[in-house]
Design a protein around this ligand. Sequence first.
Ligand code: GDP
Ligand code: MG
Length: 216
Amino acid sequence: SSQPPTEQIPSFKLILVGDGGAGKTTFLKRHLTGEFEELYEPTIGVQVRPLLFVTNRGRILFNCWDTSGQEKVGGLRDAYYVHGSCAIIMFDVTCKSSYKNVSRWYEDICRVCDLRIPMVLCGNKVDVNKRQVKPHHVTFHKTKANLDYCEMSAKGNYNVDKPFLYLARKLLDDPDIVFLQGPAMEAPEVEMTDIDQQQKQYETEIAAAGHGSNPT
Ligand code: GDP
Ligand code: MG
């Protein structure tokens, strides 16, 4: 075919962290393409899922690293973070402690990776009506130049491509990048119609606070 070989596509290791139960694995599994590949790093169980996006500036590949649950029993080994080009820190908006631990995950990344790698803080499960963490509680990223904020629902397919878009813009150093095509998605498991209005208001608050988007 006329498609360039894989090695010509800019590829980046994406480190996915956050407390157990935040929805990390669910998030990666929403995308139908990119079969999980077991990676046999000594002492760590890791699954890597390559996710390809087509942008107005060409293709970009994220090799997304997911744990096999070690985060539930402690921290992750350095090998998980080594050579990370970008990161997503996920918490669960229905679980306060998962937000409290964001600082720990951030420090773990910074301990091993270049401090300038782009990262996105993701508040997941916004489909749930009884949120414990509201947008105005989310302040951690505000003092970090390389950390964006994004609200999402892995189960509702809500904003699931947004963190990848933020990272692509930073990694390719082009704020005008848009996705023309992402990986095919699983159908949503939950309807978000009931809370749409509330969520729209939240998005406005987040935008007005000047984060969760590209700082100009
Ligand atoms: P991980 O430990 O971070 O990998 O979390 P999992 O992906 O295993 O998800 C933990 C639990 O949260 C599972 O029961 C998921 O079905 C649930 N979950 C994940 N994402 C969402 C979401 O967006 N909304 C809701 N309501 N539940 C979710
Ligand atoms: Mg998991």
